[in-house]
Design a protein around this ligand. Structure first.
Ligand SMILES: *Cc1c(COP(=O)(O)O)cnc(C)c1O
Length: 393
């Protein structure tokens, strides 16, 4: 069994992990583009259009906003923030909803920035009163939040955080790790007064892995321009990339380091598809399919790691396995049924839960049947394992 409708691709199990995700045929085909110069007119046009489309995806119309698309994974976005937007000695407050906050904090520390984490119990998120208390106790240069923490499936609420910052600490930069949310969760860069939102090509955007995507506000760029020390990275330096991005967006050639031309084509293709329909429809469809998955999970008697409905992401579901069952016991049986889920990632609970990514084309194109098949595989797989255990005992 495999993705039935993917005509252009060899049969394969449906990749339903929280990134990388299934690719549309046209996106796959874009990656076999013939070789072309990264400074030639055709590629400058493709890259320029891609950057302009990113403004639409992030819902920003401010001319001061600045997109960056650089070869690397989502992780490079953390490095770019730490190396350019904040400076050694600065204090940042990191809201912790899982594994990815630990890593972002570690990245800051690598660059000599002091990261203070505000942690919540596993499956929950820090609450506004404690965040307010932290913000008023010290001057933080930036607040970071993981919009969807892929290790727990916890969704953070950007609107209330934005309002809190405006009220108690307006000079603090608002930094959003949107690696698992841009393209599947409502995110309005301008209205939420976000200063940096970083993401990656391979999650809800529906491209292959390999591109780090960062959107900066005018305020974040000002913070970069006003820094006293030079950027803490060479490859990731805005000083090196800013002129390149500005030139590409006006379709002019320039060079700092060679972009992966085929991947940029693939990103162009997926963004063209995503933006061909209103974004609101896309977010609604993710919500609808997420509700379907979450209902099926509840019907199977499984608890979600994000226990409160208001904390549950729409592009993925992290679910605890029945008592005593571990991911290596169930994942291979799901793979045999043609679906690939992910094991646990959060250190404290890693051996107790699995993760189901439901984003992008698998959700938007219901005709593929990916989500239905995954729910069915989960139901059958769990029943089989329970039966085998029953036989043994
Ligand atoms: C996947 C992910 C990252 C890291 O992205 P890579 O492309 O694996 O480097 C960072 N943050 C979140 C929330 C993620 O889901």
């Amino acid at each position: 069994m495999s993705t039935e409708k993917a005509t252009g691709q060899p049969p394969h199990p449906a990749l339903l992990i929280p990134g990388p995700i299934e690719l549309d045929d046209d996106v796959v085909q874009s990656m076999s583009h013939y070789a072309e110069s990264h400074v030639g007119v055709p590629f400058c046009n493709t890259f320029g259009e891609t950057l302009s489309m990113l403004r639409k995806l992030f819902q920003t119309t401010s001319p001061q906003s600045q997109p960056f698309v650089i070869a690397g994974s989502g992780t490079l976005g953390w490095d770019m923030v730490a190396a350019n937007v904040v400076e050694p000695g600065d204090e940042v407050l990191v809201l912790h909803t899982g594994y990815f906050a630990d890593s972002f904090a570690d990245c800051f520390e690598t660059y000599g920035i002091k990261a203070t984490q505000l942690k919540a119990p596993v499956g929950d998120r820090p609450q506004l009163p404690e965040i307010e208390k932290a913000l008023t106790s010290k001057k933080y240069k930036a607040l970071t939040v993981t919009h969807v923490d892929t290790s727990t499936g916890v969704l953070s609420h950007l609107q209330s955080l934005s309002e809190l910052l405006a009220r108690v600490s307006p000079s603090t930069l608002f930094i959003v790790d949107g690696v698992c949310s841009v393209g599947c969760e409502e995110l309005h860069f301008d209205n939420l007064r976000i200063d940096v939102c970083l993401t990656a090509s391979q999650k809800a955007i529906g491209c292959a892995p390999g591109l780090s995507i960062v959107m900066c506000s005018g305020r974040a760029m000002e913070s970069f321009h006003n820094r006293k020390s030079r950027p803490g990275s060479y490859y990731g330096s805005f000083r090196n990339w800013l002129p390149i991005m500005q030139n590409y967006e006006t379709k002019k050639p320039s060079y700092f380091a060679t972009p992966p031309t085929q991947l940029v084509h693939a990103l162009h293709t997926t963004l063209t598809q995503v933006l061909s329909r209103p974004l609101s429809e896309r977010f609604e469809q993710h919500k609808k399919m997420s509700q379907k998955v979450k209902k099926a999970v509840a019907d199977l008697g499984l608890d979600q790691v994000a226990s409160k409905p208001e904390n549950q992401a729409n592009g993925m579901t992290a679910m605890y396995l029945p008592e005593g069952l571990t991911p290596p016991e169930i994942l291979p049986s799901l793979a045999k049924k043609g679906v690939v889920f992910a094991g646990g990632l959060h250190r404290e609970i890693a051996s107790k839960y699995i993760r189901f990514g439901h984003m992008g084309v698998s959700v938007m194109d219901e005709g593929r049947g990916d989500i239905e098949r995954a729910i069915e595989a989960l139901r059958e797989g769990l029943a089989e394992v329970q039966r085998e255990r029953g036989d043994k005992s």
